[in-house]
Design a binder for this molecule. Structure first.
Ligand code: 4NP
Length: 183
């Protein structure tokens, strides 16, 4: 089970950022699933969540809508573009301050974020206390370390696998967050 050491220790609502490479396939899917599961910005919204967003470590697709295969898989599971809209954007260093939990989809995304975080702390531009916690989202998966494989160059099946992972990881994270808030 993932540890929440270093995360906000009281029951204040948290902000969550999902990060992949292009911000058109995996992280928008994670964002759509997570928003749906927490009813974010809707009546009956889960009070433990303050804000939800996604971005990419690369800027290749800046401003673009999510990949049609991401939206099709979300739609097949009842998550529609009426409810969830997104324009791709690149990760910004200010995201370390704006988000409590920064979830990387794979090891490469994780390394990018963790190295940037360490570098900024070393330069004195961030502190351990103010910087969001960087984690592999698949920390909440099987064996505590599951990457979401980039489905961009494959078929629809890769997007279905990613969807299943997003649901499992989101449920694991929310369960732990809610348990923490009851302490
Ligand atoms: P994502 O997938 O990181 O899940 O959004 C990708 C989308 C586009 C590219 C790579 C990965 N690309 O190289 O353009």
């Amino acid at each position: 089970m993932a540890t929440m050491t270093g995360s906000p220790s009281n029951s204040s609502p948290v902000s969550v950022l999902f990060v992949c490479l292009g911000n058109i396939c995996r992280s928008p899917m994670a964002e759509g699933v997570f928003r749906h599961m927490t009813k974010h910005d809707l009546p009956g919204a889960n009070p433990v969540i303050k804000s939800v967003d996604s971005c990419g470590t690369g800027a290749y697709h800046e401003g673009e809508s999510p990949d049609p295969r991401t939206m099709a898989v979300l739609k097949d599971h009842g998550i529609t573009s009426d409810y969830y809209m997104h324009a791709a954007r690149k990760f910004n260093y200010s995201d370390f301050v704006d988000f409590d939990f920064i979830f990387a989809m794979d090891d490469a995304n994780y390394m990018y974020l963790e190295e940037a975080r360490k570098r900024l702390i070393k330069k004195g531009e961030l502190t351990e206390a103010t910087a969001g916690k960087v984690m592999l989202f698949g920390t909440y998966g099987k064996k505590g370390k599951e990457e979401v494989i980039d489905p961009y160059y494959g078929g629809r099946n890769g997007f279905e696998i990613a969807y299943d992972q997003m649901v499992r990881f989101s449920a694991g994270f929310l369960k732990q967050l809610e348990a923490r808030n009851k302490e």
